[in-house]
Design a protein around this ligand. Structure first.
Ligand code: ATP
Ligand code: MG
Length: 353
């Protein structure tokens, strides 16, 4: 029987993205060899500030044709504010991918890892996933200013929730909880203050919970939920949230588990009509770029999520186990974790494991 072959579009971007992405690739190659499938990597230099300086834009005209048929996008980091303002580089690349490829789920796992000092005394069995709605909600372009510049100035911005948009993110969360085997979904709300959209969110969440009787369900107001992340982080399994609440929780969550250098992120189109994107949470880190000391674990953990999305569950789990095994060894930790290892030493050790 032929081995399955997956085509991966590798997009390193800027700064340490260029350094950590190859480490993710060698780990993916090792996993493919071990678990009997084939990966074909195509490298793309666009979505970087160098590309922008040469072409006056972040992406070529036909970028969708170039990467739209790949099985996944493996992304490093974008941004080099010394030459291109962040809003130009980000909006011209990642935001385009998210929008055009309808990546309406933003996924952020939060998990305690060996060798990483978590900032919390309460940190014990932290292992949950934040599912953020990525396309509508509070980040609408609806609203305006009246009486601009006068004492009577009025500014509004509306939250837009659609049945399709709310249901599809909730359904994803419940199905993910079922797959994770410890089925429990927590919904972030604020229906005691936001009196029209958030009660609607609650209503749809309750309906989705009724459709999934095997999944335990609870909801917290966002203010209390932020506190519970700190006080009882082991309570959570899958946390589902609107765009704004998810944005905030997606930074708080990884902060609970120690360092930005190890956290991964995925932007998913669950229907697979378009490729999904896997990247580390961190940015291009100009302050340490070019030194070979960036922590590659965020990129490698993103590689594990990529494998999971391809359906290569065993390989995905093996990569995560290798990360845990290597982080437990002080000799291969990068400087952000108090060690002296280089990006390459750490990546190689995980690939070997
Ligand atoms: P963004 O690009 O999202 O705006 P940013 O530019 O503010 O983020 P990062 O580029 O993520 O932030 O860097 C924030 C800090 O974390 C920097 O001091 C950087 O050196 C450090 N850092 C980020 N990623 C890593 C990594 N992989 N290894 C070690 N240190 C890192
Ligand atoms: Mg940045």
């Amino acid at each position: 029987m032929n081995e399955p072959t997956y085509r991966i579009a590798s997009i390193p971007g800027d700064g340490i993205g260029v350094e950590v992405l190859p480490q993710g690739e060698i780990v993916l190659r090792a996993a493919a060899e071990r678990y009997g499938f084939t990966l074909r990597f195509d490298r793309f230099e666009f979505a970087s500030c160098d590309y922008y300086l040469a072409h006056g834009r972040m992406l070529p005209e036909d970028w969708k044709e170039q990467i739209g048929a790949h099985d996944a996008l493996f992304f490093g980091a974008v941004g080099w504010p010394q030459t291109v303002p962040d809003h130009v580089s980000l909006w011209g690349s990642l935001v385009q991918f998210r929008r055009e490829f309808d990546q309406y789920v933003s996924l952020r796992p939060v998990k305690l890892m060996p060798g990483v000092d978590a900032p919390l005394k309460t940190a014990r069995d932290i292992d949950f996933v934040i599912v953020r709605e990525n396309t509508e909600g509070e980040y609408s372009q609806v609203g305006g200013r009246m009486f601009s510049g006068t004492e009577r100035e009025i500014v509004t911005q509306e939250t837009v929730m659609t049945r399709v948009g709310v249901d599809r993110i909730l359904r994803y969360a419940f199905e993910l909880a079922t797959r994770r085997g410890t089925p429990h979904v927590t919904s972030a709300t604020k229906s005691n203050g936001i009196s029209i959209t958030m009660p609607y969110w609650d209503e749809r969440a309750a309906a989705m919970a009724a459709e999934h009787p095997d999944v335990a369900f609870d909801k917290f107001h966002i203010d209390n939920l932020a506190a519970q992340f700190v006080l009882r982080p082991d309570h959570f399994d899958v946390v589902v949230a609107s765009n704004l609440f998810g944005d905030i929780l997606s930074d708080l969550g990884p902060a609970l588990s120690g360092t930005i250098g190890i956290a991964p992120s995925a932007n998913i189109n669950p229907e697979r009509r378009f490729p999904s994107l896997f990247e580390p949470v961190h940015g291009s880190a100009p302050d340490i770029a070019g030194k070979g000391i960036a922590n590659p674990v965020g990129q490698i953990w993103a590689a594990s999520m990529l494998l999971d999305h391809l359906g290569e569950r065993d390989a995905a789990a093996a990569v995560l186990r290798a990360v845990e095994e290597v982080l437990a060894d002080p000799a291969v930790r990068t400087p952000d974790l108090g060690g002296t290892a280089t990006t390459e030493t750490c990546g190689r050790a995980i690939a070997d494991a």
